[in-house]
Design a protein around this ligand. Structure first.
Ligand SMILES: [Zn+2]
Length: 324
């Protein structure tokens, strides 16, 4: 079986985490690393070519910036409900507020669509980015969490929790490195595996962990389906602002608007969301970056958006095709 083939005799992978079984494998504080290390697997797929047109950078200091209203829901594109009443549209954060970003699209989300997007965003905020938000002091709607001890997962296959005081809590920013999405590579749309994790050690110090008799620990669990929904949502909102409604037929927005109850296996989340291996990015000072452009693959040109969260920490760029 080649990497990237659809799952056959097993449940599709939805939740992933990375375990450090040996503290000497941690990257030094303030350094970026990859885990597991797979140096030679980089040319498995032929991939599309992205040509950027415009980049929006978000600084590390949160700054409120409001993009003009679209007059319709950015997701379902409705202006009216089934009875012909004008929909009440609320403003939409392009990048979730809990990631320290103040970029908004005015009056652009209906109630139904907002319920779905805020569902997956709040679950990602709590499960994947909780420690990072505390360590980097990113303020969301609820301000900074105020507790003194936090659970650390020290289990390998199953979760086992140990409570660690905040000042010694090991925080590692972990994001998945993906294969190219199937819309711009030969990858099957039902494949579910990821390449590896990109990790940045914010403050995990082996000497403190040994003080608590810990020999290893796990990263936060990542729900790949909801993570891809969050990335695709950012791409749809900013891409629609930039391109307008009439220049492309949406391809990823139905995925963004679908409810995926926790625990259910799902595939298809890598159909439009993935990484490019050949396109190199320069180091940047911005906290987050969004770049709109075109993706070319097998004679097709698609509207595409690059989303790079925690760009200044060297985290991966995700390329999302939003329409044709
Ligand atoms: Zn809507």
């Amino acid at each position: 079986m080649m990497l990237g083939d659809p799952p056959t005799d097993r449940e599709p992978t939805r939740y992933v985490k990375f375990a450090w079984r040996d503290l000497s494998n941690l990257p030094p504080i303030g350094k970026l690393d990859y885990a597991p290390k797979r140096p030679q697997a980089f040319r498995i797929f032929q991939e599309g070519e992205f040509e950027g047109r415009h980049t929006h950078v978000l600084p590390a200091i949160k700054r409120r910036e409001v993009l003009p209203a679209l007059g319709r829901c950015v997701y379902c594109r409705r202006q009216q409900d089934a009875c012909g009443r004008r929909l009440n549209l609320t403003s939409e954060h392009v990048i979730p507020e809990f990631l320290g970003a103040g970029l908004e699209l005015a009056a652009s989300s209906c109630f139904d669509c907002q319920r779905t997007t805020s569902d997956f965003e709040s679950s990602i905020a709590a499960s994947m980015f909780g420690p990072v938000r505390r360590a980097l002091v990113l303020k969301g709607k609820g301000g900074i969490l105020e507790r003194t001890n936090f659970p650390l997962d020290i289990g390998r296959e199953i979760s086992r929790r140990e409570f660690i005081p905040l000042r010694h809590y090991p925080t590692i920013l972990v994001m998945p490195n993906l294969y190219p999405a199937s819309s711009y590579s030969r990858r099957s749309p039902h494949s579910d595996d990821l390449f590896n994790f990109q990790v940045f050690n914010v403050n995990a110090e082996p000497k403190y962990l040994r003080q608590y008799d810990l020999e290893g620990f796990s990263s936060q669990s990542i729900d790949l389906v909801r993570f891809c929904q969050m990335i695709a949502k950012i791409a749809v909102v900013y891409g629609t602002h930039y391109f307008g409604f009439d220049t492309f037929n949406p391809t990823v927005v139905d995925f963004v608007r679908t409810d995926f109850p926790p625990g259910n296996p799902a595939t298809g989340h890598f159909a439009n969301v993935g990484c490019l291996w050949r396109r190199k990015r320069l180091a940047t000072e911005s906290l987050h970056e969004i770049e709109v452009g075109e993706m070319r693959w097998q004679g097709k040109t698609m509207a595409a958006v690059r989303v790079q969260l925690f760009a200044s920490y060297g985290m991966p760029s995700y390329y999302v095709t939003i329409g044709e």
